[in-house]
Structures are given as C-alpha cells and as structure tokens.
Design a protein around this ligand. Structure first.
Ligand SMILES: *Cc1c(COP(=O)(O)O)cnc(C)c1O
Length: 402
C-alpha cells in the first residue's frame, strides 16, 4: 500500500490547524535562549521591520496578542467612555471586546451575505443616522446599555476569513464623517485588496499570530500604521505607558504590559522569511479543497470578491445548505476523525452582549444566517492532499447519511 493510500484508510485524527515550523525557527528561538536578552532586544525590532516592509506600512509595533494590538489601536484613536464605534457582529469576539475595554459602545451593522464583511451600504446609512442623532440614530443603537450624548468616533472593520472588507467604500465614509478607520486584519496577513496590503487599508491595522494564523509567534500580534504619533503612543502603552524621555519607573500614560518577548519575535522573524512560501502552501491546500468539494451537493465555498486580489487563507470555511443539521454533521465528522467548527456564533448573541445590550436573535439576520450555516474544516499549509481527500470523503459520506 502506498503511504497516501494508508493515510486515506487510517482514522488518525486530522488536526483542526497546525503551525508550519522548520529547524530554522527552532534554531532562532534556541539562539535567543542562549543569549542575555529575553525581552526588548534585537529580535522584536527585526520582526517589526519585516512586517512593516512586507505590508508597506511606515511603522509596526509588536505586542503580546492580536487582542492587545486592537486594544491599543482603540486607545490610539482616543476612543473613550460613552463613544460609539461601528463594527461587525460576524467576527471573533475580540474585535468588539476591545471597544468594551474602554467603556465605549460597539454598534453593530449587519454584513454582506457573500463575504460576511461589513455591508458598506448599511454602514453608510448608520454613519448618516448616527451623525444626525435623535430618533434616526436610535434605530442603530442597542436597546439598552449605552449612554446619551455619545458620539460616533470610529469604524472598526474586520477582514473576516482573510478577505479584506470593502475599504474603497468604507474609507470615504470614515473620512467624510470625521471617523477613524481601524482594520482588524488579524486573520488576513498577506491578503491584498485591489493590490494593496490588508492591514494598511484604514488608519491603523492589527495582525495576530496565534498558531492557527498565517504566521505564528505562539502568542503575539502587531499594530501597523503610517502615523508616527500613534506608533509612538502604541510603543509607550505596550510598555506600561513609559514615554520617550521617561526614566526607569517613570510612566507618563496609563499603560499595560503588552510586550512581545524575544523568543516569540525570533520565531516570527523566521516565519516572515518564509511568508511567501507559507501562504503559497495555504493557497494550494485551499485550491485542493475547492476542487474536491465541487461535486458535493449541499456544500458551498465562500465566494472570493473581485476586490480581493490575493487571499491568504486563514481558515477553510464552507456554507451548508440551510436545511442541513450542522450539529449532527459536526458529530458524525468527529466520529470519523475529522474535527470541524461552527464559525462564528455572532458577537451580539454572546451571553454578556445579550445581557448588557438586550440583543436578541433576529437583530442581525445576515450574520446569524451565516453563523448557522458556516462550518470550518481542518486547514493548514501542511495538510496533505490525502488528508484533504479524507475530510471531503467523510463530509460526502456524512451528508449522504442524513
Ligand atoms: C485571531 C483574531 C484576533 C486576535 O486574536 P489573539 O488571540 O488575541 O491574538 C482578533 N480578531 C480576529 C477577527 C481574529 O481572528
């Protein structure tokens, strides 16, 4: 039996995701361990330069997670108690949590049914109504949990599943409305929008490096911007609010420990040397999936919009026919050694969002419909063709058994 055939027959579980690491990463981390600087050394600087150069941003500031980066982006924009921020309910919960950290109010706008990204038409209406205030503004606000006298301050867009939101529509809305545009590009390192790099399409962008992302540092993230004052502020806030010129144990601002250590940065630096290869491998696996899924009824792949000139593939998500029972499909796939995940339970339906703002099922029907029908299949750049085959065979078998 060939190895591929053996693998096909085997019921070894297939991991949901896997980092793609080589000896070069291990050597780089070991080298840091052999030296004196485990934090605030040369690795973080090299990593920041690599990211800035790759995406074409003037500044990049490494932080301890994508969430930390988003929080600092919100702080850089001076979003405060009572401010309003327009954002998407169809995302990983961190993109809205960072607004809550500053006691501002996330105001959700429903998403485009094709891409799952912020719907630019609805966003335009929301900006118009919220700027006008009064009764028309209340249509967009949650039932409870916000303060009168709030002011719309920013749009926080998410490049969901690595596909950039529609920035040629969103950027003018932000500019004309005097709003900041924050780009949560935590799933999109390497994607491009009309040839421009994800992460650089708003005023400030954030990438994340958890092990299932395009590159990993273990835990980690980075903030990118062209604004020097913001880069400086983010540098200060990640380091307990120490500003340039502050002496040891002097802290100009209320800051955090959001630093990225040297071990993580060294890992990220080597991953960035391999980034083109890492993304090319993800593209190959995704193409393989698309080919294999074509003939399976009840399963659709997510459309890639014309404005997405490169998709760096964060996860591989399919949409199931609305009649199908996703819970049973997940169970039966698991019994065949194939993990899968429902992506995403929309943010407004998370327990604390419901409790605090009074959100209910039906408030954002497009996000909810996508949330009910989407299924992430195992995915990484190191998946073999036969593993993709096993996943697709299992899916076909399970759907046939319903
Ligand atoms: C991964 C991710 C983040 C940040 O995640 P961390 O685990 O904090 O690094 C933020 N937003 C989105 C949409 C993400 O997918």
């Amino acid at each position: 039996m060939t190895r591929a055939a053996a693998e096909r027959l085997s019921h070894d579980p297939i991991p949901m995701s896997s980092p793609d690491l080589t000896q070069a990463e291990r050597d780089a981390v070991a080298e840091v361990l052999g030296g004196a600087w485990l934090s605030r050394g040369s690795q973080i600087q090299a990593f920041e330069q690599a990211i800035a150069g790759y995406v074409g941003a003037r500044f990049a500031v490494g932080v301890s997670s994508g969430t930390a980066g988003l929080h600092l982006a919100v702080r850089a924009c001076e979003i405060q108690d009572g401010d309003w921020v327009l954002t998407t309910p169809y995302s990983f919960v961190a993109s809205a949590n960072v607004i809550l950290y500053e006691r501002a109010t996330p105001i959700f706008v429903d998403v485009d049914p094709a891409t799952g990204n912020l719907d630019p038409g609805a966003t335009a209406e929301a900006v118009r109504d919220l700027t006008a205030g009064g009764a028309s503004a209340e249509h967009w606000l949650p039932k409870q949990g916000w303060r009168r006298g709030g002011r719309l301050k920013a749009i926080l867009a998410v490049d969901v599943f690595a596909q950039p939101a529609d920035y040629d529509a969103l950027a003018p809305l932000a500019r004309d409305g005097g709003l900041y545009l924050i780009e949560d590009s935590c799933e999109a390192l390497g994607s491009t929008y009309k040839g421009r790099s994800a992460g650089t399409l708003g005023d400030i962008g954030v990438f994340a490096f958890y092990p299932n992302k395009q590159i990993t540092t273990g835990e980690g993230g980075i903030v990118v911007t062209d604004r020097e004052d913001w880069a400086q502020m983010v540098r200060s806030l990640r380091n307990q609010g120490r500003a340039p010129g502050d002496r040891w144990l002097e802290h100009t601002h209320l800051g955090y420990n959001y630093r990225l250590d040297e071990l993580s940065a060294a890992l990220g630096r080597v991953q960035m040397e391999r980034v083109e290869d890492l993304i090319a491998k993800r593209e190959r696996v995704a193409a393989n999936y698309a080919e294999r899924l074509k003939g399976i009824p009840g399963v659709e792949t997510i459309p890639v919009s014309d404005s997405t000139t490169r998709l760096s593939w964060f996860v591989y998500v399919v949409r199931l026919d609305r009649e199908l029972d996703r819970g049973i499909i997940i169970e039966r796939l698991a019994a065949r050694g194939v993990p899968s995940r429902p992506y995403f339970n929309p943010i407004h339906l998370q327990a604390y969002f419901q409790e605090r703002f009074g959100y209910r099922e039906g408030d954002f029907p497009v996000a909810e419909a996508l949330g009910r029908s989407s299924l992430a299949l195992p995915f990484s750049g190191i998946m073999t063709e036969s593993q993709v085959g096993r996943v697709c065979d299992a899916l076909e078998e399970v759907l046939g058994s319903l």
